[in-house]
Design a binder for this molecule. Structure first.
Ligand SMILES: C[S@@+](CC[C@H](N)C(=O)[O-])C[C@H]1O[C@@H](n2cnc3c(N)ncnc32)[C@H](O)[C@@H]1O
Length: 390
């Protein structure tokens, strides 16, 4: 099953190219983000039990609340700025925003009063869902939450914290293949039977080579197998550059699944990390279910660190989500569960959700990258609460 309108649109795009093809990154961009037909653009539930995959926020309010603890401490470290901007990028259904705002409003009203919540989101369908989920806050505090494009946020204007969970893994990537001693790119084209096919040719941009040089990956040196295939997320660099330009002072917290560069591009990982999600099943074929399935790749965290350094971001720490959330109080929550006045079924559900957030083979194994900008020497010395058990 596929969206034929989307297929026709992609075919048309290929037709406009003199070589009758588009890069895999262009293809992935269309199937995920085409304004009307892309996976993230259609107005239907994708995240959570009824969708194709779930994220930390689908498990209940604990994730948002624990992150709330960290953000509140950041506000203190930055000396209580008013407004303190919290910039969430790629807000999904808006459940995380709802959880964190609900928690902060009740537990830290002073901080809540200073908080300016900005959402940068590309999907119009998801913006509608976010507005629906946040309508209580929108009605109560009309100025507090705003949706903005990057162009609507002035450079050097954000004092506070940028945050994303599972954003970078959703960026379109270039696919490359090391074949006959050369690094080539994979393009998508049409066969004579009008089906999608892959075509291998020269790299579409030198930036791919720069990327591998920066990451010290040399395919000719190691025991890379013939036709080693992997991917390159160049949009992650554009994104980091943009958020860095907007941030005047504060932190950037990036949570996602991924590896260091050497692990990512290990010779044994010869098929890359691209995965397709359709109704909670994953498979490896990005050329079916057009516009109906999610496509995602792991994140090269070393690249984010190296680009961050180039841009002048200070590397605070790279930790695991399990440790981060434990330090923010997840362990206490687990311990207190039995004393809560809830029925057994509810108790098991909550306990299971907390366990899933820290499970090392699952969400707990996600990376949490923390970078900072323009902190004073004293501010830099303060350990973030989420890093206290590292
Ligand atoms: C995998 S979902 C994660 C959603 C949410 N953070 C969560 O944890 O449930 C990726 C989100 O990023 C959004 N997105 C993708 N590319 C984006 C971009 N360049 N800028 C802002 N949002 C983007 C998607 O529309 C979607 O909301």
């Amino acid at each position: 099953m596929s969206d034929s309108q989307l297929f026709n649109f992609i075919a048309e795009k290929m037709n406009h190219n003199p070589l009758k093809r588009i890069t895999f990154a262009d293809y992935m961009g269309e199937v995920l983000y085409h304004p009307f037909r892309g996976y993230y653009s259609a107005e239907k539930v994708k995240i959570g039990q009824k969708g194709d995959f779930f994220t930390a926020s689908s498990l209940g309010s604990d994730f948002g609340e624990l992150i709330g603890e960290q953000i509140k401490q950041i506000w203190e470290i930055l000396d209580y700025p008013k407004p303190f901007s919290f910039l969430e990028m790629g807000a999904g259904t808006g459940i995380f925003a709802k959880d964190i705002l609900t928690y902060l409003e009740e537990k830290y009203p002073d901080f809540f009063a200073s908080l300016n919540y900005i959402i940068v989101e590309t999907s119009q369908g998801l913006i509608s869902q976010q507005k629906e989920n946040l309508k209580v806050f929108i009605n109560k505090y009309p100025q507090k939450i705003t949706w903005k494009n990057w162009s609507e946020i002035e450079d050097n204007s954000i004092i506070g914290c940028g945050f994303s969970n599972e954003l970078i893994d959703a960026f379109p990537v270039h696919q490359v293949i090391y074949t006959k001693g050369q690094l080539k790119e994979i393009y998508v084209s049409l066969s004579s039977e009008n089906t999608l096919i892959e075509v291998i040719d020269e790299l579409s941009t030198e930036e791919i080579l720069t990327y591998f040089e920066l990451n010290e990956i040399n395919f000719s040196e190691n025991s890379y197998p013939h036709n080693y295939r992997t991917e390159v997320n160049l949009l992650a660099k554009d994104w980091l550059t943009t958020i860095n330009n907007k941030l005047k002072k504060g932190y950037l917290i990036t949570i996602d699944y991924g590896y260091s560069n050497k692990k990512y591009y290990h010779p044994q990982r010869y098929q890359g990390t691209l995965k397709c999600y359709y109704q909670h099943h994953h498979h490896d074929n990005p050329y079916i279910n057009l516009g109906l399935q999610d496509l995602t790749t792991h994140v090269n965290f070393t690249a984010l660190e190296l680009w961050g350094k180039e841009l002048g971001l200070n590397q605070v720490y790279l930790t695991k989500q399990g440790l981060f959330l434990m330090a923010l109080g997840l362990g206490d929550r687990l311990a207190k569960l039995t004393s809560e006045k809830i029925n057994l079924q509810e108790l098991f559900k909550k306990r299971d959700a907390l366990h899933q957030l820290i499970e090392p083979q699952g969400l707990g194994g996600f990376n949490v990258l923390i970078q900072s900008k323009n902190l004073t020497e004293n501010e830099e010395k303060i350990t973030l609460k989420g890093l206290m058990i590292n």
